[in-house]
Write a protein of this length. Sequence first.
Length: 256
Amino acid sequence: MADWPGSNDHRHLADLSGHTREATAGQGRQYRQFGRVTRIPATQIGELARLAIRDAGITSGKLSDSSARRARGRSPSDGAVVLLVRKMVATMKFFIPFISVFYLVGFGLLGASLWNAWRSTRAGSWPTTSAKINSVELDESTDSDGGDTYQVKVQYTYEVLGKAYEGSRLAFGYTGSSGRDAHWEIYQRLRNAEGVNVRYNPGDPSVSCLSYGIHRSIQLGLAFSATWLAFVFGFTLLFWLFSLPDTALLKNLSLR
């Protein structure tokens, strides 16, 4: 059990009638608490009693109202519990700003994925027109860790009300990723197509896409952000539990 720094002697003497035993002044006095005997030299009795009285809030020979309320129902383990709670609060003051950064990243990723899901779904109700594919390629890049990323890049032109537009969006939220087969299949479909329909925003025909719906890129984004937040929440829960005192164990101890 953690000690309450600077307050053990004060607390032990806060109630002299219940924790002290009679002895001669030359031999000192002793008291027992939780099975441990502590000897106090007689020369220190007066000073410790004065400090105990001050710590207990005794003024003019009686307890103040606030001290009396604190004294009622206080067990010897209260000091350790209070100390642990104070430590927990101090630690949380540092932990909260630290973990908040990870929550912001997670909710940012989740928000972006939901935004792309909404735009990609909404595109399903847009009007369509025929488009000409000018170029299509499967782009492959390698990151610093040696991992390969694949992405289909396409350029197309279309007309709306006699005005020509250019587009390069395969779908809202579509991004490159590992897993070559999925991107290769899209690439092959576009490369072998004789024509393609483009979906455009009726309010702004320059905004267009070739496909729509909750596709693989959006699914991966939602899954990753949800996993990120679940991990951060779990870490927060573990940290909080480790910071708590074991009140159940302390309460159920049978001590003499």
